[in-house]
Design a protein around this ligand. Structure first.
Ligand SMILES: [Zn+2]
Length: 311
């Protein structure tokens, strides 16, 4: 059949002969069950309850005389959804609304479509299903997660996506992922990563100061040497500095204090070691070790702020 000059074909899966409402999307005709759509989607409920349907993306809205016929009651008056999304995206939402069991796991892209259209059509179940399923998927890339979080206002996804992004190397980022993250955030991440790198080097290069015991230390030089050796490491004892500078999985700053507690400082006066470790617990010293967390948190807060402003 023809509609607006395009040849429309009945969708092989979602054209139910006994359906009560007809849509068209990118050349396909969909005949669906009105009751199910109205029950699942707040937007369809509002739209299909109207006595004279008005549909933003649909039909020839300039022709006032035909407006009353644009109700989706017949193939000829199918409601056009092509301006809102693609037929593939629509198919994916319908695979949730009118499920056929295949036994196969849905790909991440399909779940994203269900999420996006679930948000658009206000299908709470679809949104929740996609959020829950995607949250535990290992192949859900941080760029995709951040983009979906922003588009669908899923605040709880921002932080895990950003932390994953900070752990990964920007050199491995694909062009499409860079686009998903967006230039502003990408620049923010790159600058912050550079600052963290510099901070790490500084942390590693300057071992924490040794605090000697006023009464029990009789060899300050030997004590300091033992501490620095433990910090730098020896052939049979990995040092803390190396762990901080690791390219793969470097030791996070906030874990340095913990790691230092556990190192074996051979040749250091026991009381000096205790006092030195106590010194590391002081707020300003601790703050230095957790600086990278604050830098990352700033980027995350920046995104939250943007999201709140656009709400
Ligand atoms: Zn000492």
């Amino acid at each position: 059949m023809h509609n607006s000059g395009i040849t429309l074909i009945k969708h092989p899966q979602y054209y139910y002969a006994d359906g009560q409402i007809v849509f068209q999307c990118e050349g396909y005709l969909y005949r669906l069950y009105k009751g199910i759509l109205m029950q699942k989607s707040k937007l369809f409920k509002a739209m299909l309850s109207l006595p004279q349907p008005h549909w933003q993306g649909g039909g020839d809205t300039t022709a006032g005389s035909t407006k009353a016929a644009l109700d989706g009651a017949t193939d000829e008056t199918a409601i056009n959804l092509s301006e809102s999304h693609t037929s593939t995206e629509w198919d994916h939402l319908l695979s949730f609304l009118f499920p056929v069991w295949t036994g196969e796991e849905r790909p991440v892209d399909t779940l994203i479509d269900i999420l996006n259209l679930g948000s658009f059509y206000e299908v709470e179940e679809a949104r929740e299903f996609a959020i829950q399923t995607l949250s535990v998927r290992q192949d859900f890339r941080p760029a995709l997660r951040l983009n979906a979080a922003r588009r669908n206002r899923i605040l709880t996804w921002v932080e895990p996506a950003m932390r994953q992004l900070f752990q990964a190397s920007l050199a491995d980022l694909s062009d499409s992922d860079a686009k998903l993250i967006g230039p502003e955030t990408l620049l923010d991440v790159a600058c912050t990563k550079a600052k963290i790198e510099t901070h790490r080097k500084r942390l590693a290069l300057f071992p924490p100061k040794v605090v000697h015991s006023a009464y029990l230390c009789d060899d300050k030089e030997g004590c300091t040497h033992a501490w620095n050796t433990a910090w730098w490491g020896q052939y049979d004892r990995p040092g803390v500095a190396k762990a901080i500078l690791q390219l793969q999985k470097p030791l996070p700053g906030r874990e340095v204090v913990e790691r230092v507690q556990a190192i074996n400082v051979e040749g250091m006066t026991f009381s000096c070691k205790r006092q030195t470790l106590e010194n590391l617990q002081k707020e300003h010293v601790k703050g230095m070790f957790s600086a990278e967390d604050r830098l990352i948190q700033n980027v995350i807060d920046h995104i939250y702020k943007h999201l709140e402003q656009s709400m």
